[in-house]
Design a protein around this ligand. Structure first.
Ligand code: SF4
Length: 131
């Protein structure tokens, strides 16, 4: 199976974007280094041929930070198969993490949300691999 592409929200001014990005980095840099990678959402949005060719048919997990769902929408638009559309806001809500940090800084509560999102992604990848 080719690597699963994990695409986080690129919202720079929101804590929910930061939660999504940190969770994606944790998966591709630590938990699932050999099975997952990430691509820049801003590049995907450009519609450049190189990234469209890369994304075409790839299995993707997206993590969005608001109802606009930019990561999920643009990954699909680029031809990827989005197998799961996660929302960092939902994780924070479920964990009652009302103040997980700021747009540039996560507190302990925020890092707990990051861990929960990263664990969810890891379990999805395990399922995809039949583990
Ligand atoms: S999902 Fe929301 S916060 Fe994230 S990039 Fe899109 S508009 Fe910005």
């Amino acid at each position: 199976m080719s690597k699963v592409v994990v695409i986080p929200c690129s919202g720079m001014g929101k804590v929910y974007g930061l939660l999504a990005r940190e969770a994606a980095y944790k998966v591709v840099n630590e938990l699932k280094k050999d099975e997952a990678e990430t691509k820049c959402l801003a590049y995907i949005v450009t519609g450049d041929d190189e990234i469209r060719d890369y994304m075409n048919g790839k299995k993707c997990i997206t993590i969005d930070g608001c109802p606009k769902m930019c990561a999920a929408k643009n990954a699909k638009e680029a031809g990827a198969e989005v197998v799961e559309e996660l929302k960092s806001t939902e994780f924070a809500k479920q964990m009652r993490a009302m103040k997980p940090g700021t747009a540039t800084y996560l507190n302990e509560e925020g890092w707990q949300v990051v861990d929960a999102i990263a664990e969810k992604i890891t379990s999805i990848i395990d399922e995809m691999e039949g583990k």
